[in-house]
Write a protein that binds this ligand. Structure first.
Ligand SMILES: Cc1cc2nc3c(=O)[nH]c(=O)nc-3n(C[C@H](O)[C@H](O)[C@H](O)COP(=O)(O)OP(=O)(O)OC[C@H]3O[C@@H](n4cnc5c(N)ncnc54)[C@H](O)[C@@H]3O)c2cc1C
Length: 464
């Protein structure tokens, strides 16, 4: 600490008790924050000096963005230095020729959208926490979200990265190049590795044209097989699909109660689907959409449907999907999973696993929603009011074994988009082989030999 004080001005760091609590944690709310200091660099050069100093004095560092992470990746629980990007939010000008934007890592995701929109462009990383999450956090988690079905993951939208290694070395990777086949693409080592390999300080983002006029539908569907049959029809429709999101009846009920909203439908259904399609390339979109809609009603694929008639109505329909995490969190104690399955095995997985849960753990009710078009489910088990917390945790732990068994059997993933962090480290073995984990450990050692950068996240490692 003395070294930090000697090398940086007092406004560079904070020892304030509230700051230690706030900046030492993320959204997981499972671990207790206990950092020793929070630092607020303003430039890559300051990050480099800081990391070099921390390595010299063997101080562990936790990079921290918007702290919306759901895997404990930004948790500082053992006296680490928390490196906040709150003072690194600068953005350059949108380059409308190359469709790129330079930003510092602390730029807020939604601010990037707002910056690009007047140029008819966007950075297509979009989800409910975009008002707080940062570009650095999005890249470090290779974030997904509600538009992956159209645009893919964050990885696809990053051209250049400036990264600082724990030694203080600064790497400027790939610049603004779309094409650059010159050996190992080192950029990728820092995307999706939750800040354990290096600290991202700047990025050159690749931008997409803003989607043109879109239609938002909300469908009531009577069964899971019909959700998948509807998805097949959507894919055949010829319209560009921006989102295909699904939620169970239980999830909708919790959102409606939390937000004091009325259901758009007269009757309850098994599931609901939010579909957004883009009209571009369809001069007779209205007629085509009406014919398509008639077709899916004729096939009895949906029980009821609502089509947003205005941007305001579209936002209201979206809020039924985007409000779920917040509404569930407000309703009670949750045990959460974010899993992925090959799309063609997803239905079978849900049926097998829920049957298993029903038979063996009848007290545990699943709340299921997610990016079903990407094979990604968010599964929440909520503590029943009458059950004690330790009993609930114990039951969930036991029930998890069944879920992981089926995930492994169906060749799925224990973490689709939230990452591994601290929370899911013990689950890595269900998706990655021993050989893969050993290789990850060797790579970590190469980049961070003293195991000081975001230690104990994703993998455990021995310092050299
Ligand atoms: C309501 C809600 C909805 C969500 N929906 C989605 C969703 O649909 N899809 C999805 O993918 N995620 C979702 N998330 C999770 C979360 O918002 C994303 O993981 C997001 O990308 C995290 O960004 P952040 O800036 O908050 O990162 P943080 O939580 O601060 O950090 C996340 C990880 O990145 C590391 N990190 C942060 N900044 C840097 C940096 N500059 N350099 C190196 N490492 C860094 C941290 O150490 C940590 O390991 C949701 C979260 C909430 C609360």
């Amino acid at each position: 600490m003395d070294e930090l004080k000697r090398n940086f001005p007092s406004h560079f760091y904070s020892l304030d008790a509230d700051d230690l609590k706030t900046f030492g944690k993320d959204w997981t709310r499972v671990f207790e924050p206990a950092p020793s200091v929070i630092v607020f660099p303003t430039s890559t050069e300051e990050v480099s000096r800081l990391l070099k100093l921390c390595t010299q004095h063997r101080m562990a560092v936790v990079p921290s963005g918007g702290r919306t992470g759901l895997a404990g990746g930004a948790m500082a629980t053992e006296g680490e230095v928390v490196l906040s990007f709150e003072k690194m939010r600068s953005m350059g000008e949108v380059d409308s020729l190359s469709h790129t934007l330079w930003v510092q890592a602390g730029a807020i995701t939604e601010a990037v959208h707002q910056k690009c929109a007047p140029s008819g462009l966007t950075w297509p990383i979009d989800f409910a926490s975009k008002g707080s999450s940062t570009v650095g956090g999005n890249i470090a988690t290779n974030a997904g979200g509600v538009k992956v079905i159209r645009y893919g993951l964050t990885r696809n939208w990053v051209l250049g990265l400036t990264v600082v290694l724990m030694s203080g070395e600064v790497l400027k990777l790939n610049g603004a190049l779309e094409k650059n086949n010159t050996g190992i693409d080192l950029r990728q080592i820092f995307i999706g590795t939750e800040g354990i390999m290096g600290v991202i300080t700047e990025a050159i983002l690749k931008l997409a044209p803003l989607p043109s006029e879109s239609d938002v539908f909300f469908f009531a569907v009577e069964s899971l097989p019909k959700v998948f049959a509807l998805f097949q029809e959507v894919r055949k429709s010829g319209f560009t699909v921006n989102a295909f999101e699904c939620l169970s009846n239980e999830c909708l009920k919790v959102v409606l109660a939390h937000r004091e909203l009325a259901s758009p439908f007269a009757n309850e259904s098994h599931s609901y689907v939010l579909l957004e399609v883009e009209r571009a390339g369809h001069p007779n979109a209205q007629t085509e959409l009406e014919a398509w809609l008639e077709g899916i009603f004729n096939q009895s694929l949906v029980e009821d449907a609502v089509l947003a008639q205005s941007p305001k109505e579209a936002t209201q329909l979206w809020s039924m999907r985007e409000g779920i995490s917040e509404a569930l969190a407000a309703r009670g104690l949750l045990h959460k999973h974010d899993i992925a399955l090959p799309l063609n095995r997803l239905q079978e997985f849900i049926e097998t696993w829920t049957q298993d849960l029903d038979q063996n753990y009848p007290g545990l009710k699943p709340y299921i929603f997610g990016h079903i078009g990407d094979g990604n489910l968010h599964v929440n088990l909520m503590k029943p009011d009458a059950m004690a917390v330790p009993e609930f945790r114990d039951l969930c732990k036991k029930a998890d074994q069944g879920m992981f068994h089926w995930i492994q059997a169906f060749q799925g993933s224990v973490s689709a988009e939230h990452g591994i962090g601290l929370l899911k480290k013990h689950l890595l073995k269900y998706t990655r082989t021993e050989a893969e984990i050993a290789l990850m450990k060797s790579m970590k050692q190469l980049f961070d030999p003293f195991m000081l950068l975001n230690p104990k996240k994703i993998i455990e490692g021995q310092s050299t």
